[in-house]
Design a protein around this ligand. Structure first.
Ligand code: ATP
Length: 252
């Protein structure tokens, strides 16, 4: 199961070019993640300049956090392993910790690698917070112990990339382990236009479709909302055609 979750760099199929807007975030990720993964020798001298072991992407749902994590893996040539909460919680008592251990043992063998933990708040929530079960506490401890254990030169090329919509629910100890926290916010009009251009780049558009005017009409939309809008629009001519056909048939 752990192995089925591993994607080699080219398998994620996502690059920074597929992500519209978020220029600052992409720039920061390039500097923080890709450089240490690609050029570890630049970080070998002194005690202060060390590759970061954890980066937290936080922001509203659908703003592209998962896409960014996958693009980081592709562009840095790192293997990508996504730690799925649904797999962890579906396991029998005691098995979840073994799964977490297996993830870290595997990435140590395939570094450089990115461990992506989506909805990191559901695994690494505040200690003693409401609903924190004994089982979850054990999983969290196992995760942190293994994460702290990444100390060898090779293991320095392993990065934990967490994503969350609820950063305030994270345990303080967890927050400390993510020394870099990057906000991925909802796009403004200019950035919505950039996202629409990426989403529509391979489509044939009607002459009156203008991404700028659509971006002005979609205040509050996330990248994911814009994608859904485009998918719905792509179906429109097709749906209209079928409806017309049905009406014609009914008239006969
Ligand atoms: P969640 O917090 O709900 O997990 P997320 O922030 O991880 O969401 P993604 O899963 O990366 O968001 O985005 C969902 C989908 O929305 C993507 O698969 C993509 O189709 C589209 N999308 C989101 N942001 C962008 C963007 N900036 N450019 C292009 N597509 C985007």
């Amino acid at each position: 199961q752990v192995l089925s979750n591993v994607l080699s760099p080219n398998d994620t199929g996502i690059t920074f070019e597929d992500i519209g807007a978020l220029d600052n975030v992409k720039e920061t990720l390039r500097e923080l993640v890709m450089l240490p993964l690609q050029r570890p020798e630049l970080f070998s001298k002194g005690q202060l300049r060390k590759p970061v072991k954890g980066i937290l992407l936080f922001g509203p749902p659908g703003t592209g956090k998962t896409m960014l994590a996958k693009a980081v893996a592709t562009e840095s040539g790192a293997n990508f392993i996504s730690v799925s909460m649904s797999i962890i919680t579906s396991k029998k008592f005691g098995e979840s910790e073994k799964y977490v251990k297996a993830v870290f043992s595997l990435v140590s063998k395939i570094s450089p690698a990115v461990i992506f933990v989506d909805e990191v708040d559901s695994m690494l929530a505040k200690r003693g917070s409401q609903g924190e079960h004994e089982a979850m506490r054990k999983i969290k401890n196992e995760f942190m112990v293994n994460w702290d254990g990444l100390r060898t030169k090779e293991q320095e090329r392993i990065l934990v990339l967490g994503a969350t919509n609820k950063p305030y629910e994270l345990d303080d100890a967890v927050i400390r382990r993510f020394p870099r926290r990057i906000m991925v916010s909802l796009p403004d009009a200019l950035n919505r236009e950039k996202i629409l251009k990426v989403l529509l780049s391979k489509e044939t558009l009607a002459p009156d479709v203008d991404p700028k005017s659509v971006s002005n009409m979609t205040e509050g939309y996330s990248g994911s909302d814009l994608k859904n809008l485009c998918v719905t629009a792509a179906y429109c001519p097709f749906v209209k055609f079928l409806r017309r056909k049905r009406r014609r048939r009914a008239r006969r």
